[in-house]
Ligand binder design. Structure first.
Ligand SMILES: Cc1cc2nc3c(=O)[nH]c(=O)nc-3n(C[C@H](O)[C@H](O)[C@H](O)COP(=O)(O)OP(=O)(O)OC[C@H]3O[C@@H](n4cnc5c(N)ncnc54)[C@H](O)[C@@H]3O)c2cc1C
Length: 282
């Protein structure tokens, strides 16, 4: 195992599907739901995109075979968005159709703003045809309220997150206080829509605000999910599940973990300290 992967391992469930399945089992046994992600983005040829779609089909079959409480999350640039919208949509449809065979669900992650419009368009096309697919919206983008209204009008499911990509002030709110404020406004609109929203954050202030808001609006604990990333606040994940919330852990696996790992390091000083501390221990 490379030295860097030893550090990334905190955030990545392993390099193979078998390793990831072991972690999904452990999380399920502890009362947590999972969304499984096969790492990869910006593939440069059709073969790679088709192989990624085939891996997702394998994942969905394994989830069904082992009776796991899990769905899958994928990125459109891994399904060939850079090679054309039609080609990409065909790969996504393969995966969503396989999920439909087992009454399962596919979440389309949201990437940088260069892809937002096309991601929403592909998502909407697949949703209108198949239904069992949802999208992610990012609270740091100025445009998100409009996008949220579009998705809510479809009655589709939204995962709300802050946003993980470096974006300029013209596209994204830069101050954490203002991102949090937009997050709660958007979360309120999602709770009002009764479309089983997913509140994806490790931010205690937001978790508490959203849980309180749901309660005040009469949205039951079974009518939304709290979502966190694998390796982030694991004790808090368990505590929230014990309090009766539906908690879903985003579990990435695969060999293409580097960009994902860097995004986690960029997000929080504590994650960098974790890596540095372990570097000196090893
Ligand atoms: C399930 C899931 C799916 C995601 N999908 C996408 C996606 O499709 N597209 C995308 O752009 N982004 C995605 N993200 C990433 C997201 O956009 C943020 O970049 C990431 O979650 C960091 O923001 P945060 O709200 O969690 O908290 P941060 O802004 O990182 O932290 C804010 C505060 O939260 C608290 N906190 C955070 N971590 C800890 C900790 N380990 N221990 C104690 N306190 C802590 C602290 O008080 C901290 O100051 C996803 C995130 C999750 C959880």
């Amino acid at each position: 195992m490379s030295l860097l992967f030893r550090f990334a391992r905190r955030f990545v469930a392993g390099e193979s599907l078998d390793a990831a399945i072991g972690e999904v089992r452990r999380l399920n046994d502890a009362g947590l739901l999972v969304t499984l992600d096969f790492l990869g983005e910006n593939v440069s040829n059709e073969g790679e995109a088709e192989a990624a779609a085939a891996e997702y089909v394998r994942m969905i079959e394994a989830i069904n075979r082992f009776g796991l409480k899990a769905n899958v999350s994928l990125k459109l640039t891994q399904m060939g968005l850079d090679l054309g919208d039609g080609f990409c949509q065909a790969q996504v449809e393969r995966v969503v159709a396989k999920a439909a065979d087992f009454s399962n669900f596919v979440r389309i992650d949201m990437e940088g703003t260069a892809y937002t419009d096309r991601t929403l368009d592909v998502f909407e096309n697949v949703y209108r045809k198949m239904g069992n697919v949802g999208i992610v919206l990012q609270a740091y983008l100025h445009r998100t309220r409009k996008d949220l209204d579009r998705v809510v009008a479809l009655k589709a499911r939204v995962r709300l997150c802050k946003g993980a990509y470096a974006e300029p002030p013209t596209a994204a709110i830069q101050k954490m206080k203002d991102i949090r404020s937009n997050y709660t406004t958007l979360a309120e609109a999602l709770f009002r829509s009764r479309t089983y929203p997913a509140i994806a954050t490790h931010d205690e202030q937001l978790i508490r605000a959203c849980a309180r808001m749901a309660q005040e609006m009469g949205v039951g604990k079974e009518d939304f999910e709290l979502q966190m990333l694998y390796g982030m606040r694991p004790a808090r994940q368990l505590e929230l599940a014990r309090e009766g919330y539906r908690v879903r852990v985003y579990v990435p696996f695969g060999t293409a973990w580097l960009p994902y790992f860097y995004r986690r390091l960029r997000e929080r000083k504590e994650n960098i300290f974790f890596v540095v501390r372990n570097f000196f221990k090893s």
